[in-house]
Ligand binder design. Structure first.
Ligand code: 3S4
Length: 323
């Protein structure tokens, strides 16, 4: 009989300094420094939920579908590394297996970060203080390159150069309490993130982007110390423009005509109230505003056939239950 061992919940992420380019398909270490926030709905109703359980057969289910346990980004790349230790702590023999079930609940994008972090926090909760925190994040990056964003929550910087990568948590979620991000969802079709990673590096200006990411991260650290949330989102907006300009030049078009028209309207609205927009790898325009203006953005989004969802910055993952 399968025994449920631990259940955790982690939050998806949005890039602030966007990630484009990873070391290779196995380690997935980012080629440059990036930053991001974890997010959820205003009532915490957006998350990835993962159960780790002990079973006779090895099985991984994501959103109701069996995954290929040997695929490159398979969570078993991490689970298998810790399998013996987990089974030992559960008092089980090595002929048993660890399986998982993961479910995305209302996620707009950034689900793989949350999926990786949820698996991570399940494992960490079993290990308590004995896990090697220096390599654990790199293990989770094999599932998702920006897993650190979800693992620590709030605002994080991932310092990386394609060989080494470590995430630094620089601001708690509550620093963003006066703001709402209106996630405007345009379509369920998106480019896989690997299309982004493989192509952006071909741009002649990519080395410049790598260098600038260090400067942007320094600026972000300063803004986080000052708790200057507006400037943090403005930095993200500038980075969005740069990222998608490069991507368009190498033939990766994420911002559709309708998204572009909406962004033009969001820019016009800056004459009426402060806002900043972000587009990551999915077909969403995330518009940060002060809480009092969230409905104005939502109403505009509907005029452009987008579905608006109110978001807030989320904290780190949570263990929901453990045997
Ligand atoms: C491509 O891990 P998304 C990107 O920094 C994440 O948010 C890559 O976005 C860019 O696929 C980013 O999570 O939407």
């Amino acid at each position: 009989m399968d025994t449920k061992y631990v259940e955790a919940r982690a939050y998806p992420t949005i890039g602030i300094i966007l990630l484009g380019g990873v070391s290779d398909e196995i380690n997935r270490l980012p080629l440059h420094t990036t930053a991001g926030i974890a997010y959820t709905g205003l009532n915490n109703e957006i998350y990835v939920k993962t159960d780790l359980y002990i079973s006779k057969n090895k099985k991984g289910i994501v959103n109701g579908k069996d995954i290929d346990v040997n695929s490159e980004r398979s969570p078993f790349r991490v689970i298998d590394k810790y399998k013996h230790e987990i089974l030992m702590r559960a008092g089980e023999d090595d002929d048993m297996n660890i399986s998982f079930i993961s479910e995305n609940v209302n996620v707009l994008s950034g689900s793989s970060d949350a999926g990786a972090a949820a698996i991570g926090i399940c494992i960490e909760s079993i290990f308590e203080y004995n896990i090697n925190i220096f390599t654990f994040e790199n293990d989770l990056q094999k599932i998702s390159e920006s897993a650190g964003r979800s693992l620590y929550g709030g605002l994080t910087i991932n310092h990386a150069n394609g060989k080494e990568s470590l995430t630094d948590h620089i601001l708690d979620a509550d620093a963003f309490d006066d703001y709402v991000i209106v996630g405007c969802h345009f379509s369920d079709n998106r480019q896989p993130s690997d299309v982004i990673h493989k192509n952006i590096i071909k741009h002649p200006e990519y080395p410049e982007r790598v260098k600038n990411s260090e400067k942007k991260a320094k600026e972000l650290e300063k803004l986080a110390q000052e708790r200057n949330i507006k400037k943090i989102f403005e930095l993200a907006e500038n980075d969005t423009d740069d990222y998608h300009r490069l991507l368009n030049d190498v033939g990766v078009h994420i911002i559709t005509g309708e998204m572009k028209n909406f962004i033009e309207r969001v820019k016009e609205l800056k004459n009426n109230f402060w806002n900043a927009y972000i587009v990551t790898g999915g077909t969403n325009v995330f518009v940060a505003v002060e809480k009092k203006n969230m409905n104005k953005v939502a109403d505009e989004a509907k005029n452009f056939n987008a579905k608006p969802v109110f978001l807030k910055v989320a904290g780190p993952p949570e263990v929901i239950s453990r045997n």
